[in-house]
Design a protein around this ligand. Structure first.
Ligand SMILES: *Cc1c(COP(=O)(O)O)cnc(C)c1O
Length: 366
């Protein structure tokens, strides 16, 4: 049996008629940049999240840059980020001349460890970027409280967590700004690059919309210099079709995760923890396991494609070696990164596939 890490083809096949019609409609209307398809998606995604504004942009990395810029982050500032994420979370901070200040992750939830944030706050600290890693909401109640106390902006990185909830509220609606990626493999993925920033702040919304379109809100009225980062029209049309199915897909991911958890009960395996007060959307189903690399190689021999998110924690990547961090600075991030393994996870996964993956993992660890 073959079990790929993700399978975007089954999903396309199941929506082919709707997706093809949406793309064809853009072609027929010769509508390639901006237009109704983009504003329709922006409105529907904002409504889905329960926020005022959604600004489409080129990709999730640009979304973070736009949000940081709107939050006024610039040269000499410090921004707190978790030690485990995709590099976009920290590289966008550096791209604006600010410094990413890494905070260790929680040993059980793997999101930023709230209890270790305050000791990293200095007079230069301007913002916190919590990442809802793997689809589990970061501890937003505590983070918002801390941000208020120290007058810091909060920019949520929601690239793993479209549709995740905390206390009945959608992630993306907690912070001052929140960023999404629509990279194809994400829970809500386009058929190319795409991203969005959401906010309830009117000024931020106007500023980001203008900046992402050469500083214009109205054509030829350049309020500032900006750049070009727009959500592609065809991608917006595809995303509008897919948004209708997001909740259904997230429910399936949750069911698969519960089934994995049930089958993988073993003293040498640590399964993901489910939140009591929220909705995990399992963008990634990650186990903690010894000899991770050997397990991946052996799974590959049985036709199962596993992956790692992420093999090296951010502070230990080459661009940050200048900070001379050692493992004792981020003990959880350092230790857990070498044990993470991501198993196949996508809505269309079958129970037979899950059983095959689980039994193969158990055979290897025994
Ligand atoms: C995917 C991702 C991004 C960036 O998204 P792109 O659309 O690929 O630029 C940012 N943060 C995290 C945590 C991600 O996983």
């Amino acid at each position: 049996m073959k079990v790929p890490f993700v399978d975007l083809k089954i999903q396309y096949k199941s929506l082919k008629q709707e997706i093809d019609a949406a793309i064809f409609n853009c072609l027929e209307n010769v509508n390639f940049v901006g237009g109704n398809a983009v504003s329709k998606f922006e409105k529907e995604f904002a409504r889905y999240l329960g926020v005022q504004h959604c600004i489409g942009c080129g990709n999730g990395t640009d979304a973070l840059e736009l949000a940081l810029r709107a939050a006024g982050i610039g040269y000499g500032d410090e921004v707190i980020v978790p030690a485990v994420s995709w590099i976009s979370t920290s590289e966008t901070v550096s791209s604006l001349g600010a410094t990413p200040i890494f905070v260790d992750i929680h040993p059980i939830y793997y999101t930023i460890d709230y209890s270790k944030i305050e000791e990293k706050i200095t007079v230069k600290t301007k913002a916190i970027i919590p990442v809802h890693l793997y689809g589990l909401a970061a501890d937003m109640g505590s983070i918002m409280h801390l941000a208020k106390k120290h007058k810091l902006m909060v920019i949520e990185d929601c690239a793993h967590a479209h549709g995740a909830e905390l206390d009945g509220q959608k992630i993306g609606s907690f912070g001052d700004l929140a960023c999404f990626s629509f990279y194809p493999g994400k829970n809500l993925g386009a058929y190319g690059d795409g991203g969005a920033v959401v906010t309830n702040n009117n000024e931020f919304a106007d500023q980001m919309r203008a900046y992402a379109n050469h500083g214009q809100l109205i054509k030829h009225d350049h309020l500032m210099e900006g750049r070009n980062s727009r959500l592609d029209t065809i991608q917006a049309a595809i995303l509008t079709v897919k948004l209708k199915y997001l909740d259904e897909w997230n429910d399936l991911r949750m069911q698969h995760a519960l089934y994995y958890n049930e089958l993988l009960r073993h003293e040498k395996i640590v399964c993901p923890v489910l939140p009591e007060n929220g909705r995990h959307v399992f963008h990634i189903y990650a186990l903690k396991i010894a000899h991770r690399d050997e397990v991946i190689d052996e799974l590959a021999l049985t036709g199962i494609e596993a992956s790692v998110h992420y093999p090296v924690a951010l502070p230990f990547l080459k661009p940050y070696q200048k900070f001379n961090y050692s493992s004792i600075d981020f003990p959880n991030a350092h230790d857990i990164s070498s044990q993470f393994i991501s198993l196949p996870m996508y809505p269309e996964l079958t129970n037979t596939q899950i059983e095959y993956v689980a039994s193969s993992v158990l055979k290897i660890v025994k």
